[in-house]
Design a protein around this ligand. Structure first.
Ligand code: HDC
Length: 278
């Protein structure tokens, strides 16, 4: 195992992230470092591990890998300690969990643990799943392993949602979000997006994950973990409708694109921190 990858950040990175997932100028705790309650939206936990060095190359684990055909499939985040520091030095270490063969695609799951570099204390744990179109058929395992909350199906209850939050993204959403560290050209370069099979650049999965996660956080308080499946693509400028159902300690949710009625996030839930709202 390697040394891990360092991620150093300041309040500026926190504000940039918050804005990237829809914070408004009037949300002072998100956009003003001088606010008494200055804080980062907890889905920020996906950012420090983003550049973590992984002990594998896609080319070595699947056939026909092409970065243009890569889509983010699922994300699972645990926040292991609140409050989340609004600046600091963190270290992330990644590992490969499994490679699943979907026939026409490969699903690659990896995990990253992020610790505070000063204290060694664990702050975040992430499992990320990428969906690699055109990379299947290599004779690998057909189903992902059951990994508890990170793979739960989170079927929505058979009743009206308890809370619905609507949020319009801006045309610049992806151009802004990428500055938090995901510079994948798929989200900004029309040429690249076209080669990946899209008419125009699409929004980062982790951007609409953040927008949905912010809605859950604001309505129900901090969560210890959150899991989503990216069920459909989102274009910058579209409106996201997040429906939430409280089920004991858990908030089950899904996010639809208002303009098309299509699902963007499914199979999603967050488990709340004991004691509720902070
Ligand atoms: O669901 C389709 C889709 O388009 N989803 C949206 C994808 C998306 O928009 N993602 C976000 C944007 S891309 C992005 O942000 C990239 C980013 O810059 C970099 C990410 C880096 C991450 C690492 C971080 C460090 C699609 C295409 C994914 C699947 O659709 P279909 O091909 O129609 O598949 P379907 O017939 O529904 O199912 C086939 C089998 O695959 C499983 N599956 C489906 N969606 C999945 C998925 N597995 C994982 N994740 C998903 N999202 C199904 O369960 C099915 O399996 P089985 O046959 O065994 O039931």
């Amino acid at each position: 195992e390697g040394q891990g990858t360092e991620y150093k950040y300041t309040e500026r990175d926190v504000m940039l992230y918050n804005l990237g997932v829809g914070a408004k100028r009037t949300d002072l705790p998100y956009v003003f470092e001088g606010s008494d309650d200055f804080k980062v939206i907890p889905t920020f936990g996906v950012i420090p591990p983003f550049d973590a060095e992984m002990p594998y190359n896609f080319d070595d684990i699947v056939p026909n890998f092409s970065p243009m055909m890569l889509l983010h499939g699922e994300q699972y985040l645990e926040v292991r300690k609140y409050p989340i520091p609004t600046s600091g030095r963190l270290v992330s270490k990644g590992k490969l969990l499994e490679v699943v063969d979907k026939g026409n695609a490969a699903v690659v799951k990896s995990a990253v643990t992020t610790v505070n570099a000063e204290t060694g204390e664990e702050i975040f744990y992430n499992e990320m799943t990428v969906f690699l179109r055109g990379c299947g058929g290599f004779g690998g395992q057909k189903k992902p392993t059951d990994r508890g909350a990170s793979t739960a199906a989170n079927k929505i209850p058979n009743r009206m949602p308890d809370v619905v939050v609507e949020e319009k993204t801006t045309e610049e959403q992806a151009a802004l979000y990428r500055l938090s560290g995901d510079y994948n050209p798929l989200h900004v370069d029309p040429q690249f997006a076209k080669m990946g099979g899209f008419k125009q650049p699409i929004l980062h999965g982790l951007c609409f994950f953040g927008i949905a996660g912010k809605a859950v956080y604001e309505k129900f308080g901090p969560f210890k973990n959150i899991k989503v499946r990216f069920a459909g693509t989102v274009l910058p400028g579209q409106t996201l409708v997040t429906e939430m159902w409280k089920d004991g300690n858990k908030v089950i949710f899904q996010t639809k694109v208002k303009e098309t009625g299509k699902l963007a996030i499914g199979g999603a839930a967050a488990e709340l921190v004991e004691g509720g709202k902070l």
